[in-house]
Design a protein around this ligand. Sequence first.
Ligand code: SF4
Length: 81
Amino acid sequence: MFRVQVDPARCENKRDCLEACPANVLEMARPQGVRNPLIQLKVRFHGGLVAVPVREADCVGCNKCMEACPKGAIKVTVLES
Ligand code: SF4
């Protein structure tokens, strides 16, 4: 199992990760739980959407999303079973 984390402060709605992911884990969506007003403003500036790992359970841990992201917004880690 893998944890896929996207930093909403870094994601700029470029969608390279969606193209790169062989398991269709990520979708663009409105970020939840962002309280920092500067990050909210940045997200709004970039269309109000960030990458969200909606199908995290399907992740195969290939790291292609991390490598594709030009902003270094994605981190994939192995979850202990
Ligand atoms: S590590 Fe691979 S399978 Fe997992 S979200 Fe990233 S691109 Fe998709």
